[in-house]
Design a protein around this ligand. Structure first.
Ligand code: ADP
Length: 392
């Protein structure tokens, strides 16, 4: 809802009501005439008591115009009583008085802006202008209230949606975990019986049957990799994964050890700056670096891979970078590659499941950070990720 429509809605729902209080009929009449062209709803009271009676039933007045000199309950006494009511105390009052020393009493106990006065005989144009200012204030107040209410509603809807989303994600994670966990067992049975078949009857089968068997073996191997990756993915946010201080230099050492064969085979060189100690989970940090460095080696160009690992400290975060001189990624794929199962190449060219970067993203997000990539197609890519610096 924009400001104008809030304002129009408001005028429809809240006509501007003004209470006129004076013990003299002719004064009430002249006030009514002064304000008659303004589209206000005017309510008249001919004594302080009458005004209080009206205010007991209706509280939505934009302003009260009140004569000070009235018998029984004068204007100031009536105002005093109005001020004691929580619901009424913010209605602005303009006193009409013939006594030019009355102002001292009038302002006592009132917040600035909630009260004003005019000396009689008043000039109709000035009274009209004063009333307009207060009415404008009243409208703005209502507008703000309506907008506040609208915002509160939106906020509540957002909270509900984010709650639903979190629950959906948790349910999906649980499903992926249970499914991948339970799929392992039948797959193990298939793999072992196929191996047994190959061993026992391989020489009795003809070439075509053996070829088919090979397809089954390689299919089940791929399925095993997929299930393991999916299991890893769904485990990342599980509560039992502890967060401890982790020395990233040690993590890198372990990763280089794990990848030593492919690093040697590809002639890769990995250079790194001194890395910090962060708060995380050691196993997940190994997964993160291993996926990124492993990809830099896997997606190499015809040059020997050169991988540079850097880190910068920025306000409350560490900004890590893993830069390679590999095949690079076209700009349009820069976000897609972080989605689960998204791959840009066929299995024949580069093996993989398309889960690695999705795992990286989850690990980084769990540590309050973000991950993204910059690349020049054909020249290399740099993966950046941030991790909160728990000491700052
Ligand atoms: P996988 O490596 O199993 O294919 P990932 O999720 O790790 O899955 O990566 C998704 C895709 O992003 C890869 O298939 C590849 O196309 C692209 N990619 C990832 N890292 C790099 C890199 N360093 N250089 C070029 N392409 C990359």
């Amino acid at each position: 809802m924009d400001n104008n429509s809030v304002s129009l809605e408001m005028e429809k729902e809240h006509p501007v009501k003004i209470l006129l209080v004076d013990d003299r009929k002719e004064n009430l009449l002249s006030l009514s005439l002064t304000l008659s062209n303004q589209n206000y709803t005017l309510v008249e009271a001919n004594s302080g008591r009458d005004a209080l009676k009206i205010l007991l039933k209706e509280q939505d007045f934009a302003i009260i115009l009140m004569d000070v000199q009235m018998p029984v309950l004068n204007g100031l006494e009536t105002a005093e009583m109005i001020r004691q009511s929580e619901k009424l105390k913010y209605i602005p009052i303009i006193f009409l008085t013939a006594d030019n020393k009355a102002s001292d009493n009038i302002f006592k106990g009132y917040k600035a802006g909630a009260v004003d006065y005019m000396l009689k005989p008043y000039i109709p144009e000035i009274l009209k202008a004063k009333v307009e200012v207060f009415v404008e204030l009243y409208k703005k107040n209502h507008e703000l209230k309506a907008q506040g209410e609208h915002l509160r509603m939106l906020n509540m809807q957002l909270e509900q949606r984010s709650h639903d989303l979190t629950r959906n994600v948790q349910e999906l994670e649980k499903f992926a975990y249970v499914a991948s966990h339970d799929l392992q067992e039948p797959l193990r049975t298939i793999t072992s019986y196929i191996q047994l078949l190959q061993k026992k009857f391989g020489d009795k089968l003809d070439g075509e049957a053996n070829e088919f068997m090979e397809f089954v073996v390689s299919g089940s191997k791929r399925m095993k990799t997929l299930i393991n990756d999916l299991l890893e993915y769904s485990r990342i946010n599980r509560a039992d994964v502890a967060l401890d201080p982790v020395d990233c230099n040690m993590v890198l050492k372990e990763v280089l050890q794990n990848l030593s064969n492919s690093i040697k085979d590809s002639n890769a060189v990995v250079e790194s700056e001194e890395l910090p100690v962060i708060r995380g989970n050691r196993i997940q940090m190994v997964q993160l670096f291993q996926n990124l460095i492993g990809n830099s080696v896997k997606f190499r160009s015809d040059k020997d891979p050169l991988i540079k690992i850097g880190v910068k400290k920025i306000e409350g975060y560490f900004l890590f970078s893993v830069e390679d001189n590999g095949i690079g990624i076209k700009k349009e794929y820069s976000n897609r590659i972080f989605e689960i199962f998204q791959r840009l190449h066929s299995m024949q060219h580069y093996p993989g499941t398309g889960i690695g970067l999705a795992i990286c993203m989850k690990i980084v997000q769990r540590l309050g950070g973000e991950i993204w990539m910059e690349s020049e197609f054909g020249k290399g890519s740099t993966f950046f990720f941030t991790i909160r610096d728990y000491e700052n």
